[in-house]
Design a protein around this ligand. Structure first.
Ligand code: KIV
Length: 268
């Protein structure tokens, strides 16, 4: 546990100009690989609704499901910081419920911080969770849980007014006790201004290169997701092809009785 990355280490990284690499994870096997390769922060995102559960939106994802996946990720992780998403309706109803549910992610799942998609209504919620001793990641910009009010998955903060609002929201998040601000799908210029204004780190996804760190969904970056992918994704591998080539070879070897060979069989 001695080299465990704490939320405070992320701030220290910002202070010394070291970029933060965050990736989503949903199970112990992938978490172990990401942890061993040196990812600073694992996010058990409610994107698991899309990439694990095959849902169209993240809205149906439940708190119990996030707790379950956070437990799996915790088991595979030694060093990386673990942040878990608060899913839709786990913090919207009341501040008490939000604190209780954030507590469940920490106590039952093993999360070390919780992430909330916020607007100005949730500043007091951030403060209450922070005061209960749980670090908060404040997610601003495109908030997929608000897909219906936002009218789709669109770039946010484009107009002068929205630019000002998001900047203010970032400042209010920091004042309320947030440890990290996550910026999704906002213009690079706005992300740069927020990053330069805040003392806490910013982590971007579709927010340009000036954020203090970046996050991507593991399935997208490894080439496991179906294409087309959003503009902000860079595909670093082609796991989809590796799986389909491996399984095609397996099928053909089973059909032609090549597999199992002697090496894969037991003698007496
Ligand atoms: O749910 C998630 O994985 C996220 C990231 C894409 C930032 O919120």
């Amino acid at each position: 546990m001695s080299n465990k990355i704490r939320i405070t280490d992320l701030k220290a990284m910002k202070d010394r100009g070291e970029k933060i690499a965050m990736i989503t994870a949903y199970d112990a096997t992938i978490a172990r690989i990401l942890d061993e390769v040196g990812v600073d922060c694992l996010l058990v995102g409610d994107s698991l609704g899309n990439v694990v559960q095959g849902l169209e939106t993240t809205l149906p994802v439940t708190l119990d499901e996030i707790i379950y996946h956070t437990k799996l990720v915790s088991r595979g992780t030694r060093r990386s910081h673990i942040s878990a998403d608060m899913p839709f309706m786990s913090y919207q109803v009341s501040i008490d419920e939000a604190v209780r549910n954030a507590g469940r992610l920490v106590k039952e799942g093993g999360a070390e911080s919780v992430k909330l998609e916020i607007n100005e209504k949730y500043i007091d919620t951030i403060n209450a969770i922070f005061k209960s001793g749980i670090p908060v990641v404040s997610h601003l910009g495109l908030c997929p849980q608000s897909v219906h009010v936002m009218g789709g998955y669109k770039l946010q903060g484009k107009s002068k007014e929205d630019h000002k609002k998001l900047l203010q929201l970032a400042v209010l998040s920091e004042k309320a006790g947030a440890s990290v601000v996550l910026l999704e799908s906002v213009p690079s210029k706005l992300a740069k201004e927020i990053t330069e204004t805040l003392k806490i780190p910013t982590i971007g996804i579709g927010a340009g290169s000036d954020c203090d760190g970046q996050v991507l969904v593991i399935n997208d970056l490894c080439g496991l997701s179906e294409e087309p992918l959003p503009k902000f994704v860079k595909k670093y591998g082609d796991i989809r092809k590796v799986i389909s080539d491996s399984v095609s070879s397996y099928i053909s070897e089973v059909k032609s009785s090549i597999f199992p060979s002697k090496e894969n069989s037991y003698d007496n």
